[in-house]
Design a protein around this ligand. Structure first.
Ligand code: PRP
Ligand code: URA
Length: 208
């Protein structure tokens, strides 16, 4: 599956502000929401359409509307939560699932503490949301959970990815397309993305 990097000027400009350590939580949240909406625009480019007849005030017209599978958004807690609202503004009928994981400080592997997915997720196109794809452990675990419930059409949306995380998702879930706003250089000794943006959850919620 291809990796899509959205290098649109608006996305790159807003991402620069997101990365800046001087950006406080309020602006950080708003910018992530805006970047997510712009990313969704591209990630949903292949949604199916169908012809529908409507009457405009002028005449009857055949127009295009969304058809096919409905959508599900799956947020990886905590940070992925911030990406949900922007996409819901675009596709308000999408259902939302949550998977709670945190990285074990020693092993850096994900520890799952919560999962609640839409009951009909197997009938939906799924967008797994997390601002950060570092080692890839959290994303690989979340995608496996989504697949356990029968979902087959899955895309992963990350604001920033490290090559290590991309490689791991590609290895363990080769059928999942990854869409990112930036592919950064590498992980540091603490498995943080370089240059990255720091700890996404802490910056969103002001917990550090
Ligand atoms: C961050 C981030 C991802 C994960 C990425 O969450 O939001 O979920 O790390 O790292 P990985 O690719 O190496 O798994 P964190 O574990 O810090 O939890 P939080 O969102 O609750 O702060
Ligand atoms: N989680 C984050 O929030 N940031 C990173 O750089 C890596 C994992």
């Amino acid at each position: 599956m291809p990796l899509t990097v959205i290098n649109h000027p608006l996305v790159q400009h807003k991402l620069a502000l997101v990365r800046d350590e001087r950006t406080g939580s309020k602006d950080f949240r708003e910018l992530i929401t805006e970047v997510t909406m712009l990313m969704a625009f591209e990630a949903m480019r292949d949604l199916e359409l169908e012809d529908v007849q409507i009457k405009t005030p002028v005449e009857t017209a055949t127009v295009k509307m969304l058809s096919g599978k409905k959508l599900a958004l799956v947020a990886i807690l905590r940070a992925g939560l911030i990406m949900v609202d922007g996409i819901l503004q675009l596709v308000p009928a999408a259902k939302v699932g949550h998977i709670g994981t945190y990285r074990d400080p020693q092993s850096k592997e994900p520890v799952r503490y919560y999962a609640k997915l839409p009951a009909d997720i197997h009938e939906r196109r799924v967008f797994v949301l997390d601002p950060m794809l570092a080692t890839g452990g959290s994303a690989v675990d979340a995608i496996a959970e989504v697949k356990k419930f029968g979902a087959t059409q899955i895309k992963l949306l990350n604001i920033i990815a490290a090559p290590e995380g991309v490689a791991r998702v590609e290895r363990e879930h080769p059928d999942v397309e990854i869409v990112v706003a930036a592919l950064d250089s590498h992980l540091n000794d603490h498995a943080y993305i370089v240059p990255g943006l720091g700890d996404a959850g802490d910056r969103i919620y002001g917990t550090k």
